[in-house]
Design a protein around this ligand. Structure first.
Ligand SMILES: Cc1cc2nc3c(=O)[nH]c(=O)nc-3n(C[C@H](O)[C@H](O)[C@H](O)COP(=O)(O)O)c2cc1C
Length: 365
């Protein structure tokens, strides 16, 4: 007699960010996967962004009343229920047909702020209309300063509460997996904020031989940061600071915040892990402006470690894209909620029930 067929296995639930990563990879077209997951050259910094978090050991403290956990932080005068924001990522329609609109809805349901990329797949006005939490706008100053001024005006009119100027990308880095996959923008994915302009479509990197991109201004200097500040009332944060001397210069230029970032390891390989760069930047900034950090955050314990080492908040990039790929807006919300839950567990088990109680003593030295 034949054995009765085994009950079909129900797929295991997705429990953590690595689960979402695996599932996203299985669902996404190869080229899009290589674009979102790839990094520069040998991808050493990509690995270090993770390994440096893994190397940090935690020092728990027992018999502390942790029956009430308070994860709130104040950032630029606004209270955020959780010290996590969504980092700007370009071309989100590569990941899900609803792109940035799904992300902003997912962010709203999870009560976190999204930083919308200049290279979003929907115009900033549409993303803002779908936002239920404060929205920030990330920009690369364009070679055409009038265009930059116009983008700033549109972000202001749409109600964005801060500008994030990315300063670590005068040129794109050598993203070899992207090149091997012959990455190009497929039909239906454009730079929606630039519609009507020659740069709305087409390659985001120059052809072989040339390193400069029409979408990035390699002549940008500190005087342009001062100029940007002069044309907006919005607070300006600089994204992509690793060097403590640059952090000092940023404060002298009057920025409202600093984001310690190596662009998710996508620009220059062998830059340090951001969690290793953070403490010295925090020491130089000395509380004058908030310092945020991104790169490699995949666990609630990573969030805890970043806060303990002086970050006001963290940003996540690829993790929410994995959620977006798997389940659109709901997937984005689930990924944030996974990190929230893990972070709260880490706070409770380490005996640090508030953000203020999370200092360097939680790191095992
Ligand atoms: C697919 C992708 C697109 C990105 N696009 C942008 C962008 O348009 N502007 C920007 O400032 N940073 C961009 N970044 C960098 C992220 O803002 C962030 O610094 C990085 O993803 C954080 O590392 P993580 O992915 O390990 O969390 C991008 C990152 C990824 C993965």
């Amino acid at each position: 007699m034949e054995n009765s067929p085994a009950t079909p296995a129900t797929p295991a639930p997705l429990i953590d960010v690595p689960d979402f990563e695996r599932e996203a990879k299985a669902r996404m077209p190869h080229m899009s996967w290589e674009y979102i997951s790839g990094a520069a050259s040998d991808e050493l910094t990509l690995r270090w962004n993770r390994e440096s978090y893994d190397r940090l050991r935690l020092r728990p403290q027992v018999l502390v009343d942790v029956s009430h956990l308070d994860t709130r932080v104040t950032l630029l005068g606004r209270q955020h229920p959780l010290p996590i924001l969504l980092a700007p990522t370009a071309y989100q329609r590569l990941t899900h047909p609803e792109g940035d609109l799904a992300t902003v809805r997912g962010a709203g349901a999870a009560d976190v702020t999204m930083v919308s990329s200049i290279f979003s797949s929907h115009p900033i006005e549409e993303i803002a209309a779908a936002a239920t939490r404060p929205l920030w706008f990330q920009l690369y100053v364009q070679r055409d300063r009038d265009l930059t001024r116009e983008l700033v005006r549109r972000a202001e009119a749409a109600g964005c509460e801060a500008l994030v100027l990315t300063v670590d990308t005068p040129v794109l880095g050598p993203r070899n997996r992207e090149l091997r996959s012959k990455f190009s923008l497929p039909p239906g994915v454009d730079r929606a904020n630039l519609r009507g302009l020659p740069n709305a479509l087409g390659a985001h990197r120059s052809t072989e031989g040339a390193i400069f991109s029409a979408l990035l201004d390699p002549s940008l200097t500190w005087k342009d940061v001062a100029w940007l500040r002069s044309i907006t009332k919005l607070p300006v944060l600089l994204k992509g600071i690793l060097n403590p001397a640059d952090a000092v210069r940023a404060i002298e230029t009057g920025v409202a915040g600093i984001i310690v970032s190596n662009h998710g390891a996508r620009n220059m390989d062998t830059e340090p892990a951001t969690i290793d760069a953070l403490p010295e930047v925090v020491a130089k900034v000395d509380g004058r402006v908030p310092v945020l950090v991104d790169g490699g955050i995949r666990r609630g314990t990573d969030v805890l470690k970043a806060i303990a080492l002086g970050a006001t908040a963290v940003l996540i990039g690829r993790p929410y894209l994995y959620g977006l790929a798997v389940d659109g807006a709901a997937g984005v919300t689930r990924v944030v909620n996974i990190l929230r839950r893990e972070f709260e567990m880490a706070m409770a088990i380490s005996g640090r029930p508030t953000i203020a109680s999370l200092d360097a003593s939680v790191i095992w030295r």
